[in-house]
Design a protein around this ligand. Structure first.
Ligand code: DAH
Length: 344
């Protein structure tokens, strides 16, 4: 038996460190187990000459006690790693709470609604599953108008007198408002619309529109122009110019399409406005007398204007999104871009 063996093990015991309870148990077995190193020294001690017993006996007992004490200490103090058991450390930083953010289409819809609310418009809504009457007939669509074709419209039940279909525009809410509201009417109608289109960067089978309608005595095209100009300046900035181009819609006469001056190049021409300095944002016009009469409004006494715009298109111009499909794919990398977006 050598004194160095005892001293070496004593130093080792004092310095013993463990990262888990598994390691504490392994250390116990290695030192004090049946075949442990300290147990082996006790075996050896039995063969030591009687005159030397005193020299080795005391340090050997001290070593055993120190080892047992150190093992007990480690058993009480070693905390399991998180994955091995419950986390007891309440001072650890918490798990971050993932907050959602608003979708770009919702942000734009809210902005448009807020602008028209300031002008005194109420919000009106109508069903997404509509009938032919509210989507086409009451809006003066001729019986063979191509929009009534299966190519463009999703029919729920075709072939009957008034087929049920998914609305192709929010102009149907105009009709429902005229049917149910007292005059004068000032409404803004946001909603989802559906068209039978092949999905691409520029077309989708689902998108969103906002319809506007104002009916009162003596409403003129000048009122329409002023309303659109004020809207465009609130939406795209105070220097925005508008221009109106003659157009055709069955439900308005005269009809126009409205462009705003490109707020990216300020009229100089860039790839967003395709070098023209103008960006198309909506369709509008004076409500056709046939449309007023279909909903029981006296077209001799009342006149009005209507307009309609696509929300994805406005959002595209605002944030320069070049592919409509991004709005519907819920790719988190795209959605996170709008976490801090509030204004133009
Ligand atoms: N409903 C039209 C569309 O979906 C948009 C529109 C154009 C609405 C002119 C109107 C309007 O109220 O006057 O393309």
């Amino acid at each position: 038996m050598k004194r160095e063996d005892i001293d070496r093990l004593l130093a080792e015991v004092r310095d013993l460190k463990c990262k888990s309870q598994k390691e504490v148990e392994a250390a116990r077995v290695r030192l004090l187990g049946k075949k442990g190193e300290i147990t082996a020294l006790f075996e050896e001690f039995r063969t030591v000459a009687p005159e030397l017993k005193k020299e080795f006996g005391r340090p050997l007992n001290e070593l055993k006690q120190a080892a047992q004490a150190r093992i007990d200490e480690l058993k009480d103090s070693v905390v399991e790693e998180a994955s091995d058991g419950p986390v007891n450390d309440l001072s650890m930083p918490g798990e971050p709470f993932v907050l959602g953010s608003r979708h770009p289409v919702s942000i734009v819809r809210q902005e448009i609604v807020d602008i028209f609310r300031k002008f005194g418009y109420d919000v009106a809504e109508g069903p997404e599953i509509e009938d032919d009457y509210h989507v086409f007939e009451a809006l003066n669509f001729p019986p063979n108008h191509p929009a009534r074709d299966m190519q463009d419209t999703f029919f729920v039940s075709a072939g009957h007198l008034n087929p049920i279909l998914l609305r192709t525009h929010t102009s149907s809410v105009q009709v429902r408002s005229m049917e149910t509201m007292d005059l004068p009417i000032r409404v803004i109608c946001p909603g989802r619309v559906f068209r039978n289109e092949a999905i691409s960067a520029r077309a989708h089978c689902i998108f969103h529109q906002v319809e506007g309608l104002y009916i009162d005595e003596n409403v003129t095209f000048a009122d329409l122009k002023q309303a659109i100009l004020l809207f465009a300046r609130e939406m795209f900035g105070p220097d925005t110019q508008i221009r109106m181009r003659p157009s055709y819609f069955p439900f308005t006469e005269p009809s126009a399409e409205v462009d705003v001056s490109c707020n990216i190049c300020h009229g100089k021409g860039c790839n967003i406005c395709k070098g023209t300095g103008w960006l198309e944002i909506l369709g509008c016009g004076m409500v056709d007398p046939n449309v007023l009469e279909a909903s029981g409004i006296d077209s001799k006494k009342y006149s009005g204007f209507a307009f309609g715009m696509g929300l994805e298109r406005i959002a595209m111009l605002k944030w320069r999104v070049n592919d409509l499909r991004h709005y519907f794919e819920n790719d988190m990398r795209f959605l996170h871009e709008f976490e801090t977006a509030t204004e133009v």
